[in-house]
Design a protein around this ligand. Structure first.
Ligand code: X8Z
Ligand code: ZN
Length: 586
């Protein structure tokens, strides 16, 4: 009897050793391959040409094929008792691709070509009124952010959405190929695979999202109601009807995902009207100075300064003479200290926030670099998106005053204006953050087919955001493709999570910093204690289930949106008052 037990233990140990050695080699191999692929992607993203596209397609194809091969090899360890850590790493390996590729090499190459082509259609997209005057997305965004001319906005909106039309057949192919890859790895479809990345059964994850949405939906609806009424006054109720969804081109943003640019139309009368864009201009902040200021926030709470190579290798401004992928991104090329950002910085308040967002990614990359390769990730992808945003919540008027950007410290009575701006950015985003993947999950599962891609997109946008297409759309249009993350295959629900989580993180850090003021007035600037606590979480990477990391960090077992609601409580009271007599909803 005793010797049988020993034999079992010995054989388990030797399988454990086999699995560990497999993982050790895999991590070593993949980290080197990743470095090479990242360099190729970096060059391509900075210089989109026929050749760099071919190179990146090939490199990505190699990487996808290697990961899939290793994930299949890992299945030799299925249903064998192994240590928690080994099981976790095997799971991370299996889930590490966003677009799983079929094992068939021809299909793998086809998938690579299709994904690169889709990304390039977006990166090279321009709206040409005629051959001599083409507008890039950066230019379109700049005009849209300040125009209040209904027809001009409509022209830009339709002009940009047209770039996505040729994506449709490519997207269909991509869905078919990725789904085949997902099935070969044992998932029902690619969407099911994406939902399996959250350390809980995928159905439970879907329920968790639904609950979070229900918690914040009443507040979103109040904001929607108020903004719609103001827009209706501005544009006339023939253009913005008081009981219908808002035309999607009137919210100061191509996707109506951030409404901060319509602040001048909705600003509370009695409130302070300082404008961060103006302050940056007045104080002579160029792109570099904006990045330095954001870095300074992180170093003030105890993070080491960024390496010189960050400044030597990053891209901050849109080159005049070539196509680049302008959408902001943060990179860790080598999993060590070669961290960079690539963004066409807008010298605006919003641009200042985005820089903090990107640096949050980089400080996270660096904090978890001592983890084994497969744990060099956020606790979940929402964490990664929430780090820099948590810092933007500390970019309060008080902080701006402290760093000399804002002359006089605004009185508390003026907070409503500031909260309104924050809500137009952070609360207005929530339904968009949720619906992009609602659409994709249904596309991957086959519930939405190419016959109704566009119609299904707009019914989700109406349902969740309460916005409608400003002109008639049909299935020749492919409006989801006009949003970066669709052609670039970046899962999106991470941003929804991040928008909720950042308020929980902010509340936790404010407690650590010993703050005694309301959540929206708290800034953790210069608090080493808050910084230390933050860093302890970041260092863990994905080495433990995110729920444990979250509970350790916040001290709370429950993950909910209560901090966001607490932060905006004074604005909620103001909106309730303003909305009296209006009939809200759509
Ligand atoms: O894509 C981003 C970041 C890069 S990870 C700039 N964001 C989403 C978007 O722009 O749509 C941040 C907020 C949502
Ligand atoms: Zn991000």
């Amino acid at each position: 009897m005793g010797s049988e037990v020993n034999q079992v233990t010995e054989s388990v140990t030797s399988v454990e050793q086999d699995a560990q050695s497999f993982l050790y080699k895999t991590e070593d191999y993949l980290s080197k391959l990743n470095h090479f692929v990242a360099r190729t992607r970096w060059v391509h993203g900075n210089f989109i040409t026929y050749d760099t596209s071919a190179l990146v397609a090939e490199a990505e194809g190699q990487r996808r094929a290697a990961v899939v091969r290793l994930a299949h090899e890992a299945s030799q360890f299925n249903n064998i008792p192994l240590s928690q850590d080994t099981l976790r790493k095997l799971d991370k390996l299996k889930l590490s691709l966003t677009l799983p590729t079929p094992i068939d090499e021809d299909k793998n190459q086809q998938l690579s070509k299709v994904t690169t082509a889709l990304g390039d259609l977006y990166g090279q997209g321009k709206y040409c009124r005629d051959n001599d005057s083409c507008l890039s997305l950066t230019e379109i965004n700049r005009i849209m952010s300040s125009s209040q001319d209904y027809e001009e906005l409509l022209d830009l909106w339709t002009g940009w959405h047209d770039i996505a039309k040729p994506m449709k057949p490519l997207y269909e192919q991509e869905v078919l190929l990725a789904n085949q890859g997902a099935r070969e790895l044992g998932y029902n479809d690619t969407g099911a695979m994406w939902r399996s990345k959250y350390d809980m059964p995928p159905e439970e994850f879907t329920r968790e999202l639904e609950q979070l949405w229900l918690q914040v939906k009443p507040f979103y609806q109040s904001l929607h109601c108020h903004v719609r009424a103001k827009l209706s006054k501005w544009y006339g109720d023939d253009k913005v009807a008081l009981d219908k969804p808002i035309p999607a081109h009137l919210l100061g943003n191509m996707w109506a995902q951030s409404w901060i640019n319509v602040y001048p139309i909705v600003a509370p009368e009695s409130s302070h009207r300082f404008d961060l864009t103006e302050l940056l201009k007045k104080e002579g902040y160029d792109e570099l100075k904006m990045v330095r200021a954001a870095e300074n926030f992180f170093t003030s709470i105890g993070f080491s300064p960024l390496p010189d190579t960050f400044y030597e290798r990053s891209l901050f401004t849109k080159p005049r003479d070539r196509d680049v992928h302008c959408h902001a991104s943060a990179w860790s090329l080598d999993g060590q200290d070669d961290i960079r950002i690539k963004m066409c910085i807008q010298k605006t308040g919003k641009g200042f926030h985005v820089i903090h967002h990107e640096l949050g990614h980089n400080f996270y990359h660096r904090a978890y670099r001592e983890q084994p390769f497969l744990y060099q990730q956020g606790a979940n992808d929402g964490f990664h998106e929430a780090i820099g945003d948590t810092i933007t919540l500390s970019v309060t008027p008080g902080y701006l005053h402290e760093i000399g950007l804002l002359e006089a410290l605004p009185a508390e009575s003026e907070d409503i204006g500031f909260l309104m701006k924050m809500a137009l950015d952070k609360v207005a985003f929530l339904p968009f953050g949720l619906l992009v993947d609602q659409w994709r999950w249904k596309v991957f599962s086959g519930e939405i087919t190419s016959d109704n891609y566009n119609q299904a997109w707009w019914s989700l946008r109406e349902e969740y955001q309460g916005v409608r297409a400003p002109v008639h759309r049909n299935e020749g249009d492919f409006d989801p493709g006009a949003k970066y993350h669709v052609p670039k295959n970046t899962p999106y629900v991470r941003y929804f999570l991040a928008h909720i989580m950042q308020f929980e993180f902010h509340r936790t850090l404010c407690e650590k910093a010993g703050s005694r003021v309301a959540l929206h007035r708290c800034s953790i600037y210069k608090s080493k204690e808050a910084g230390r606590h933050f860093n302890n979480m970041l260092e863990m990477g994905a080495s433990r289930p995110w729920q444990e990391i979250y509970a350790d960090f916040t001290g709370k077992e429950v993950f909910d949106a209560s901090a966001m609601l607490e932060y905006f409580a004074p604005l909620q009271a103001y909106l309730d008052e303003q909305n009296q007599g209006l009939s809200c909803g759509w």
